[in-house]
Write a protein that binds this ligand. Structure first.
Ligand code: PMP
Length: 387
C-alpha cells in the first residue's frame, strides 16, 4: 500500500521496508556509518546531556576556547594507540579537520613574497585540498596539482606545501613526502591513521599532523578535528586563522567528542578498533573475492602488515576501494559502474585518470551489502559474455 509518509530513498511499502529492485548502490561519499552498530550498543554510556544554561559563553574558561579535559583525552588516545607522538606538540581544534586544511596552508605559505607558495599533493589525492586552495584564491599560495609532475618541472628553490595523506584517500597506501629540502613544507593528513583502516607500523612524529573525529569514532556530523603542531609560530598562525574564521569551536561538539573518547578509551580503545577492523577487513575480503573473478576491473593491492597496535600481522582494511577499469574501451570507469547501478566517485576528483573510480567501504552495512550485490551481478556478466 501507499506509505503514510515519504520513505527513505530506494524504499517503498506501507512501512517502508521494501527495497526497490532498481535502486542504485551508492558508494560515493565518506560517511563513516560502519561504526553506527558499535554506538548503538553503547547508546546510554555514550549519551550527552547539556543543560540550557551550560557553556553559553564564547569562552570555556577565561581566555580559552578549547576544553582542557578534551585535550588531555586526545593526548591519551594517541599515547594508548601509539600512532602519533603528541609529546611536546601544541593541539589546535578545528570545525572538522576540513577547517584545519586551509588553516595549515595559510600558516605555512610564504607571506608577501613575489611568487606564491606552490601547494601540491601526489596523485591520487583527496579532492578537498585542491577545491579549498582554489576557493580561497590567495596571493600567498597557488594550487599546482600533482607533486610528482611538479617536481620534474620546477626548481627546488621554490617554496612548496605538500599534502601527504597517510594512509591515502582514495587508495589506502601509506605515504611519504615527494619533496624534501629547506623550502618544502608538509601537511601530514592522518585522518585514516587508525587501526580501523590500516596497520600502524610505527608512531609518526611530524611537524603538522591532522586528525578527524569523523574517521575515528564515525561522528562526521559533530564536525570535530584537531592538529598536532610542533612549531609555536605555526600553531599561533593557525590559531589566528581559526579565530577569524569561526571565533572558536562549538562547545557542544567538544562535549560530545569528550564523551565519545571517554567511551573509546575504556579498554584502551580495543573494543572500537577491533569492531572497526573486523568490519572493514571483512568487507575488503568479500570485495576482493568478487573482483578476483574479473578481468575487466582491478582493485589496488595492499599487503598484510605488522601492526604495533594489534601486535600481529593484520589483513588490509582500507576505507575505500580504488577501482581500475582495465579494458581499453572503459575509459570512464565511473560511468561504466553507473550503467550497472553503482554510484562511485570518478578519478578526476582525485587528480587521476577517469579509468579509476572510488568506492566507499565505510558506509552502513546495508549500503555495503547492496554494493556487493551489484558488483557480483556486474562481474557475473563478464562470465556470461565470455561463454
Ligand atoms: N582529510 C581526509 C583525507 C578526508 O578523507 C576527510 C574526510 N573525507 C577529511 C580530511 C575531512 O574530515 P572532517 O572535516 O570531517 O574532519
Amino acid at each position: 500500500g501507499e506509505p503514510d509518509c515519504e520513505c527513505y530513498a530506494c524504499y517503498a511499502g506501507s512501512d517502508c521496508s521494501e527495497l526497490l529492485p532498481d535502486c542504485p548502490a551508492d558508494a560515493d561519499g565518506g560517511d563513516p556509518l560502519f561504526l553506527e552498530p558499535f554506538w548503538m550498543q553503547r547508546a546510554e554510556s555514550s549519551a550527552v546531556m547539556v543543560s540550557g544554561w551550560h557553556r553559553m559563553s564564547y569562552q570555556i574558561t577565561t581566555g580559552t576556547m578549547l576544553s582542557i579535559e578534551l585535550e588531555k583525552h586526545i593526548r591519551k588516545l594517541h599515547s594508548v594507540i601509539r600512532n602519533a607522538n603528541e609529546t611536546g606538540k601544541f593541539i589546535l581544534f578545528g570545525d572538522g579537520s576540513t577547517q584545519l586544511i586551509n588553516a595549515a596552508v595559510h600558516a605555512l605559505s610564504h607571506k608577501y613574497s613575489s611568487s606564491p607558495t606552490s601547494v601540491v599533493a601526489a596523485v591520487p589525492y583527496y579532492g578537498a585540498y585542491e577545491a579549498q586552495t582554489n576557493l580561497f584564491n590567495s596571493e600567498d599560495y597557488r594550487w599546482k596539482g600533482d607533486a610528482f609532475q611538479w617536481k620534474n618541472t620546477s626548481d627546488s628553490s621554490v617554496n612548496s606545501i605538500e599534502f601527504v595523506t597517510s594512509p591515502n584517500n582514495p587508495d589506502g597506501q601509506l605515504r611519504r613526502p615527494v619533496f624534501q629540502g629547506p623550502f618544502a613544507k608538509v601537511i601530514h593528513d592522518h585522518a585514516y591513521y587508525w587501526p580501523h583502516f590500516t596497520a600502524i607500523p610505527s608512531m609518526v612524529d611530524e611537524d603538522i599532523m591532522l586528525f578527524s573525529l569523523s574517521k575515528i569514532t564515525g561522528h562526521a556530523g559533530t564536525r570535530f578535528g584537531w592538529a598536532l603542531i610542533k612549531d609555536e609560530e605555526v600553531y599561533n598562525s593557525m590559531k589566528y586563522y581559526a579565530t577569524l574564521n569561526t571565533l572558536g569551536f562549538s562547545h557542544e561538539s567538544q562535549l560530545r567528542a569528550l564523551k565519545l573518547l571517554k567511551v573509546v578509551l575504556q579498554g584502551r580503545g580495543s573494543d572500537m578498533f577491533e569492531f572497526g577492523f573486523t568490519t572493514l577487513s571483512d568487507r575488503w575480503r568479500k570485495l576482493s573475492s568478487s573482483f578476483s573473478l574479473s578481468k575487466r576491473f582491478s582493485l589496488q593491492k595492499i599487503a598484510p602488515r605488522y601492526c604495533t597496535y594489534f601486535q600481529r600481522i593484520r589483513e588490509p582494511s582500507p576505507g575505500y576501494a580504488w577501482l581500475k577499469c582495465e579494458m581499453e574501451e572503459d575509459e570512464d570507469c565511473e560511468s561504466v559502474l553507473r550503467g550497472a547501478g553503482i554510484i562511485s566517485r570518478p578519478g578526476s576528483v582525485f587528480g587521476a585518470p577517469n579509468r579509476y573510480t572510488r568506492l566507499s567501504l565505510i558506509k552502513s552495512q546495508d549500503d555495503f551489502d547492496w554494493l556487493l550485490h551489484r558488483i557480483n551481478a556486474l562481474v557475473a556478466q563478464e562470465a556470461i559474455k565470455s561463454i
